[in-house]
Structure formats: structure tokens, C-alpha cells
Design a protein. Structure first.
Ligand code: NAD
Length: 477
């Protein structure tokens, strides 16, 4: 039975959309149909239910863990806590993880998890109970482990949930030296890594910056190169949206619009992201922010004047219904699957560019990879080398000063001498990954005139890399 026939017809569109994009891109590769089918299919679908006590009664929770591809081990992907979660969505997200890891050269297969709850309806104790029980169910079926499958945060989950997962796994696997590598996105104090929390948003901002820095592409869009002064609208003020907005503003862009599910605010002169964030926290709504135009229908916020739109909430936000009204010239997909294939065609026909999700939001998995490496090596990045680097630099500066008679200011001296901290190494590795991957995708796109979108180019690159993995494994001749 094919993957798409084991789920209800009405639920198939997201995984179907990913497969549609895959099939379209596959025509620009030379692999045989069987290999392409193997790459595209979801290998393992684990659907389960478990009861939890809520007050005086029991409630049965629906949950999934789906491993899309084991061409690399472990598999990797976040766990979504949302009442909208369904099997089709988890399949689609697990497939995107496979392609995403290949694009940014992170040696993992793709996976994804889902727990069908609205976290807001549960106490912290109940959420802990649900998360720990979910983890136990994964352990029972061998769907979690540092060399098997490594979850991470996604929509509705964060560091707190990851620490419960790590603790449950370690408790049930006493003496396992690498147990903490069973999950990433953990708090820094519990074997996490500096920079993971903001990594996806930082990556989105770097992806956008790389795109607008290419003068040739900006000329075609009628934009000047560079982020300075570019007007940006961000949808979603969660982990990805908030950090994308923060870093884009830091890189020189002007955040003119912010959209949440209860509404949107817009100010063509710019919004202070932190101040909107605090306003929402204090009042419970993004609406009512002083000095901003507001829209009770959040979707209207996406259609306001801007150069760049960052959808960073959920899938299926830009559809054939609203694509023509989007005024941005560039969409950088912070969320997974925010643009439907029909909307993408409309947007490109208008002359826009879409920086695809599987590259744009890969900063999270890139830094998760660094966290996993840290957990396996049991040493923080920079710990062995920092002091040595500083001493070497100090000797060099002393020598140059002695020979030339120059004397550096204390600031110059400390800038040159300083050894790299874990955060600096993580951010540098992330930036390097995002920059290299952008230009790899762009080269594929520009070198083949038949490849019409950046998404197709990203898929072509991913398919080719995964095909090589299968060939190296000896699974395919
Ligand atoms: P999150 O739960 O931290 O934030 C999501 C935000 O979107 C929330 O503030 C929510 O209120 C808002 N939202 C929900 N529906 C909305 C709507 N209709 N309009 C406007 N805002 C709405 O989740 P996140 O981790 O930021 O994930 C967001 C997206 O990014 C998801 O698609 C996720 O799969 C993807 N993603 C996340 C990561 C990560 O590291 N967290 C990595 C890669 C991709």
C-alpha cells in the first residue's frame, strides 16, 4: 500500500504537496524511478494512543512519530504539540526534514513527531505527564535514541518539553553514556547548546540577507541590494518568528508588520519587535499596540506593503486565494509548508522569489546537529582550545608590538586576543552553513534555465545527495 493511500483523502494535501514538489524536481535528475520512490516514501509510521488522567477523568491522546528516511542515522525532527496535528502533516514534515538535512549537509535522516493536543488546555503537570508518556511509548518501540531517532522542539514545544524527554530516556536507559544525545533543543543547563533557541530565526535572517545581497537577482525584482531599509512583515511571534524579526532588524531591515492569530499590527515607519512582544505578553493580544494600524483578521496583515514576507507560524498560509494580494517581492519561509504549490506558481508569475522552507528554516536542525555532537563528545565547543588560542594570540601581539614598537589599545588587544566561546563557534558554524547552502541552491537554480523556482533547485540538490547516500550504503547499484 502506498504512503498516500493509508491516510484519509481529505487529509492528504500537505504530504501530497511535498510529493508534488519532489516529483516535479525529480525530472531534473537522472535517477531511476525505484530509487526516487524509495527517497520519497515515509519508511516508518508509528501511530499510537495513550491515556492520561485529567482531573477526575481519563483522556486518550493521539500521537505519532514518523521516520521518513534512514539513509542516514539517526533520524531527526521536532515534535509538534497542536490539536491540528494529523498523520498527513507529520508525514509531510518528516519528509521535509529529510530534504532539509541533505540541503544543509547535516548527516541525519528525516523524522517528525506529533501530539494532538492544545497545550494551553493542560496544566504544566499534565503536559509533563503527556510528554513523559509519549517518550516511554517511543522507547518501547525503539523510536528514540541517540543513534536511532532524535526529536527536537517544534510548534507548541520547547526546551522544557525536551528536558522531560531527556530525563525520561536517561531514566529508562541507566548507564547509557550518550543518553543526553537522545533529544536536542534542551536547556543549556541540561546538556543543551548555546544559540539553539534562536538558531532557526537567526538562520532565516541570514537566508534572507544572502538573497537580498545578490545584486543581479534584486535588479530583476526592482529592489536595491542589501537589507538596509527593506520592509519586512513577519507572521507568528513564536520562537521562529520572534527571532527572525529580531535578527532581521539587527541586520538593518525595518519590521513594518507583525501578525499573530488574534490579529496583525502594521506601521510603515517600523515596529519595535521587543516592545510589541512585551505588549502582547502584558495584554494577551498583539492588537492595541500604540501607533500601529491594526487588522482583526490576521491574514490581512500579510497583504500589507512590504519587500519581504516571513511566514513563521504554520503551513498553508499563502494559498491560491491570497497569493495575488501579497505585495512582498520575497517570501522567506520560516514555517514549514506555508506556501501551497498553487500559490507559489502565482507568486513567481508576479515576478517574486520564494526562499523555500527546507533551506530557510534549517538553522534549527543545523545547531541541533552541533548539540548532538556536543552530547556525544561530552565536551563544550571551545573548552579545550579557548585558553590556548588566547595565549597564542597574546604571544603574537606581544611579538608584533615588540618588533614594530606599536602599542594596541586595550579594546584592540582584547578583540585580537579573544578565543572563541561556544556561542561564537555555533553562530559561525550556522552562518557558514546558511551562506554555503544558499549559494549551492542558487547555482543549481541559475545553471539550469528549466528549473523555475528556488524550491525546485533545493529539491534537486537534496535528491542527488540522498541518492548518493543510498548508493554508498550499497542499497542501490
Ligand atoms: P511556536 O509555537 O514557538 O510559535 C508559533 C507562533 O505562531 C505562536 O506564537 C502562535 O500563536 C502563532 N500562530 C499560530 N497560528 C497563527 C496564525 N494563523 N497567524 C499568525 N500567527 C499564528 O512555533 P515555532 O517553533 O516558532 O514554529 C513555527 C513554524 O516554524 C512551524 O511551521 C515549525 O514547524 C517551523 N520550524 C520550527 C523550528 C524550531 O526550531 N522551532 C525549526 C524549523 C521549522
Amino acid at each position: 500500500m502506498s504512503n498516500s493511500s493509508i491516510i484519509a483523502e481529505e487529509e492528504t494535501h500537505f504530504f501530497g504537496d511535498v510529493c508534488k514538489n519532489f516529483d516535479y524536481a525529480a525530472q531534473f535528475t537522472n535517477h531511476e524511478a525505484g530509487l526516487l520512490d524509495q527517497i520519497k516514501s515515509c519508511n516508518s509510521v508509528y501511530r499510537f494512543r495513550f491515556p492520561i488522567r485529567k482531573g477526575n477523568h481519563f483522556e486518550v491522546i493521539d500521537a505519532w512519530r514518523i521516520e521518513h528516511s534512514q539513509h542516514q542515522s539517526p533520524t531527526k525532527g521536532g515534535i509538534r504539540y497542536s490539536e491540528m496535528v494529523n498523520e498527513d502533516e507529520v508525514m509531510a514534515l518528516s519528509a521535509l526534514m529529510t530534504y532539509k538535512c541533505a540541503i544543509v549537509n547535516v548527516p541525519f535522516g528525516g523524522a517528525k513527531g506529533g501530539i494532538k493536543i492544545n497545550p494551553k488546555n493542560y496544566t504544566v503537570a499534565e503536559l509533563e505527564n503527556i510528554t513523559r508518556r509519549y517518550t516511554v511509548e517511543l522507547i518501547k518501540k525503539n523510536f528514540i535514541g541517540p543513534s536511532i531517532d532524535v526529536p527536537a522542539p517544534d510548534y507548541g514545544s520547547g526546551e522544557r518539553e525536551m528536558s522531560w524527554i531527556a530525563d525520561t530516556y536517561a531514566t529508562m536507559n541507566p548507564g547509557q553514556l550518550d543518553a543526553m544525545g537522545c533529544v536536542t533543543g534542551k536547556p543549556l543547563a541540561l546538556h543543551g547548546i548555546a544559540g539553539r533557541r534562536e538558531a532557526t530565526g537567526r538562520g532565516v535572517a541570514i537566508a534572507t540577507r544572502e538573497c537580498v545581497n545578490v545584486a543581479e537577482d534584486m535588479e530583476k525584482l526592482g529592489l536595491t541590494p542589501g537589507l538596509a531599509g527593506k520592509k519586512v512583515i513577519v507572521q507568528g511571534l513564536g520562537n521562529v518568528g520572534y527571532h527572525s524579526a529580531k535578527f532581521l532588524a539587527e541586520f538593518g531591515a525595518t519590521i513594518v508588520g507583525l501578525c499573530e492569530f488574534e490579529g496583525a499590527v502594521y506601521n510603515e515607519n517600523g515596529l519595535d519587535v521587543d516592545s510589541v512582544f512585551v505588549h502582547r505578553k502584558q495584554t494577551g493580544s498583539i492588537l492595541g499596540y500604540p501607533g500601529a494600524k491594526e487588522f482583526k483578521n490576521s491574514m490581512e496583515g500579510l497583504e500589507q506593503p512590504c519587500d519581504i514576507l516571513i511566514p513563521a507560524a504554520l503551513e498553508n498560509q499563502i494559498t491560491q486565494e491570497n497569493a495575488a494580494r501579497i505585495q512582498a517581492k520575497i517570501i522567506c519561509e520560516g514555517a514549514n509548508g506555508p506556501t501551497t504549490p498553487e500559490a507559489e506558481a502565482i507568486f513567481y508569475a508576479k515576478g517574486g522569489i520564494i526562499i523555500p522552507d527546507m533551506y530557510a528554516n534549517a538553522g534549527g536542525v543545523t545547531v541541533s546537529y552541533f548539540e548532538w555532537l556536543k552530547n556525544l563528545s561530552h565536551v563544550a565547543f571551545g573548552r579545550m582550545s579557548r585558553r590556548f588560542e588566547e595565549n597564542s594570540n597574546q604571544n603574537l601581539v606581544n611579538m608584533v608590538e615588540g618588533i614594530t614598537g606599536m602599542s594596541l589599545s586595550p579594546t584592540q588587544r582584547s578583540t585580537i586576543i579573544k578565543g572563541a566561546s561556544e556561542l561564537e563557534l555555533v553562530n559561525s558554524g550556522l552562518e557558514d552553513t546558511m551562506i554555503r547552502s544558499y549559494h549551492e541552491i542558487r547555482e543549481t537554480w541559475k545553471n539550469n534555465p528549466k528549473i523555475d523556482t528556488m524550491r525546485t533547485a533545493a529539491f534537486v540538490g537534496a535528491i542527488n545527495k540522498i541518492a548518493v547516500s543510498y548508493q554508498n550504503l550499497g542499497v542501490w547499484p
